[in-house]
Design a protein around this ligand. Sequence first.
Ligand code: MF3
Ligand code: CO
Ligand code: CO
Length: 269
Amino acid sequence: MTITIKDAAGIAGMRVAGRLAAELLDYLAPFVKPGVTTNELDRLADAYTTQVQGAISAPLNYAPGGHNPYPKAICTSINHQVCHGIPNDKPLKKGDIVNVDVTVIKDGWHGDSSRMYMVGDVSVAARRLCNLTYDAMWKGIRQVREGAFLGDIGHAIQTFAEGQGLSVVREFCGHGIGRKFHEDPQVLHYGRPGTLDRLVAGMTITIEPMLNIGRRDIKEMGDGWTIVTKDRSLSAQWEHTVLVTPTGYEVLTLSANSPPIPAFVTPSA
Ligand code: MF3
Ligand code: CO
Ligand code: CO
């Protein structure tokens, strides 16, 4: 695999796909309430994607090497689930934290984003984890510009997360994205500054840190997809799709109801 550089038409396509992914997350927000099942969220998401957005749910039947085809349109990862949770008929309950990860394909281009949703009132520890993981994602995003190193992104995320007493999941990473769901390069959420590949304008990548309250170790469940923390501690994740520009970055998965950008982030251009 090689890194793809998007030309003006590709960037235009990625902007549309990114916006649609963000708008899908906006659409789902009011439904994430105690009593709703993740299957219901899945059904709502796929209907909105296909019928309102005229787009395709990329996860449905996605089957990267070694995996059985993913059976749903979205991933819903609750509490100690780290990522790739499969929607089911169990209702969400007050106090749950849930990551909803959506990827839409529009005109052949992929937009990939996830947010944390808090179901009713959640514990102080759960809220802190969600908020700090959001900040960690932005610590990574603000490293992005042409000429920066992939290791700069990972290092910014890791030092912030570990400084807050949280651990960084190592086995899953961000990725290039474009006409394919998962392209090169891998975007690690840990590392050393000045290492790994340099970013080039026109690359589109995701930054999607998974942080745990407890140890970083994970395991896969018997369904072949769901990843959980080994110690069953809470885990959170946020994800944006980002365009590398000559002077900084453009976050492609923003929408009217995206959570506010943290105050420590100053405009990149
Ligand atoms: N959306 C995930 C990511 O951020 C990938 C999910 S793969 C699936 O890369 F098959 F589980 F949907
Ligand atoms: Co992704
Ligand atoms: Co995703």
